[in-house]
Design a protein around this ligand. Sequence first.
Ligand code: GLA
Length: 392
Amino acid sequence: MAEAAELGSARLLAAACREHEAAFGRAPVLAAWAPGRVNLIGEHTDYNCGFVLPMALQLGTVLVGSPTKDGTISIITTSADADKPRRVEFPTPSQSSPLSPGQPRWANYVKGVIQHYKGGPMPGFSAVIASDIPLGGGLSSSAALEVATYTFLQQLCPDDSDLVAKALLCQKAEHTFANMPCGIMDQFISAMGKEGHALLIDCRSLETVLVPLSDASLAVLITNSNVRHTLTGSEYPTRRRQCEEAAAALGKESLRDATMAELEAAKSRLGEEVYRRARHVIGEIARTEQAAQALKNRDYKTFGKLMVESHNSLRDDYEVSCPELDELVAAALEVKGVYGSRMTGGGFGGCTVTLLKAEAAEEAQRHIQEKYSRTATFYLTKPSEGAKVLPL
Ligand code: GLA
């Protein structure tokens, strides 16, 4: 299991090193890798101080580079999907000239982390990015880039922060430089993932509990719908606002503190849509705790049932699914040996996650593709380690 991640990161590392030598005329001396993630359950709960249960992927992002003496930062991305230009150059930030977001968009994740980073003093450096996470596929390519950048900077100019501070800083970079008011899930799991485990994160206390997920008879299948509906940009902040509105109407700091009974009692005071958004969040927080317990007990049937309930709630109450994701889930549930399936991540496209018997994995891919109206991409992946330094 560790091998696939190592193979993946070794391939990316070799590609990034080659590009660095070709573009900058010297070999890189530092390298870092950070994984993408799939969320097993607990969707749109992180910014409501609830629970989430993601695992780190074997897919990830590598950043290689070396310090320079000219005070300039030059970064190249090798990703064919990134917007152009693929090379950016800017001076190391100072108090009088901080970095600010702009074009190309991919560079904002890197710039945001550099700007907020607390170690130092930061020299100029050259760097190359390589990734095998599909961009915009809902597997946290952005968090992986932020966390890989941070892990790289920790070698270049060490800081003294812990993993929680690291994840929070990367989240801040995403808020301020990518203008995406995300929760903490993606950066946390990319920084803290553990091989063979899912991570139950309490997004209020920021405490984490590792839940074993290494049963050889079990598989986690990710299916990329290969669609991304463009409304994502505005829908996510709208959902966040609706949740805040519901919490305020219930007199709570967050929906984590609200019960279903309290919501029902307040129903007439809430708009119908806001009521349904809150019903999803309150239900999903409870489901996630139950699912973590079921996984500990190796009760995959219960886990699968909760995944399906999660999907239905995201589709009907939270309205962040789309026909393509619904099709993929419906097709997966027709396969013998599938425990459960649901959309994963922010929604409006991206991926589904399916929990199934390992022996059913091939048939599941065949059947899902046969039923799906477009071309799907499949990833059979095991829980991997979080971000790490790669030796050169
Ligand atoms: C995106 C955000 C996360 C989380 C999910 C939905 O991935 O980055 O913080 O809110 O959506 O669960």
